[in-house]
Design a protein around this ligand. Structure first.
Ligand SMILES: Cc1cc2nc3c(=O)[nH]c(=O)nc-3n(C[C@H](O)[C@H](O)[C@H](O)COP(=O)(O)OP(=O)(O)OC[C@H]3O[C@@H](n4cnc5c(N)ncnc54)[C@H](O)[C@@H]3O)c2cc1C
Length: 188
């Protein structure tokens, strides 16, 4: 049983995992290795000049893994709501369970649709369908959230990563029962 399962390990998902794992939440990341970011060359990501998409994705996963996030390569086929948690089914037949799930599936909404999660037309270029979320990142299903491209934010790595962090902070805050902040202080 995980506190938080994140579907997708692109900038949105790995950034969310970095925050949830660093907050001490038992974090699982399931990813099907279909990130569009792996085709990118990036010169507009603040703090990371001239980085390839594959390097950005690899560094993000490494940062989250450092704090204990577990990564599994698998395609999630369906989410099933349970009482106070969410069951996650993969195409390979494995099942996992988490208190909260964050969808960070980029341009792919098939699994959300198969799970009965409400979608709507996208507004960003080349994005046909997105998951319908509240400003906090909640979907229409209890304990299921969405972040990044699939949640309709501008399709840029700095924005999707920031949205993953935002939604993760909201989930952590809900689990903790108070607003969460993670500030490390420069050591002298
Ligand atoms: C050619 C190209 C060039 C680009 N250049 C730039 C640029 O210069 N600057 C910039 O800021 N942005 C650029 N981008 C955009 C950038 O890549 C995206 O905006 C952003 O990184 C998307 O992040 P994401 O995490 O939302 O989605 P993604 O990076 O696509 O990650 C989604 C992840 O979800 C996984 N997934 C999906 N469905 C499932 C499922 N059912 N089960 C398990 N896993 C699943 C996928 O495998 C994938 O790893 C470029 C994009 C492309 C295609």
């Amino acid at each position: 049983m995980y506190d938080i399962a994140i579907i997708g390990a692109g900038p949105a998902g790995a950034s969310a995992a970095l925050f949830t794992a660093k907050a001490g939440k038992k974090t699982l990341v399931l990813d099907s290795d279909q990130s569009v970011t792996k085709r990118a060359w990036i010169e507009n990501h603040y703090g990371a000049p001239d980085i390839s998409g594959p390097d950005l994705v690899a560094v993000g996963k490494k940062q989250a893994a450092k704090f204990g996030a577990e990564f599994v390569t698998a395609k999630v086929s369906k989410l099933n709501a349970k009482d106070g948690s969410v069951a996650i089914e993969t195409e390979g037949g494995e099942t996992y369970e988490a208190t909260h799930v964050i969808l960070a599936t980029g341009m792919l909404t098939d699994m959300a649709e198969a799970s009965g999660i409400a979608t709507k037309p996208g507004t960003e270029p080349r994005i046909k369908t997105i998951v319908d979320v509240t400003p906090e990142g909640r979907t229409n299903q209890a304990n299921v959230w969405a972040a990044g491209t699939v949640a309709g934010v501008s399709m840029h790595t700095i924005v999707t990563a920031g949205d993953g962090a935002k939604v993760a902070i909201n989930v952590i805050s809900e689990l903790n029962g108070e607003r969460y902040v993670d500030h490390d202080v420069l050591k002298s």
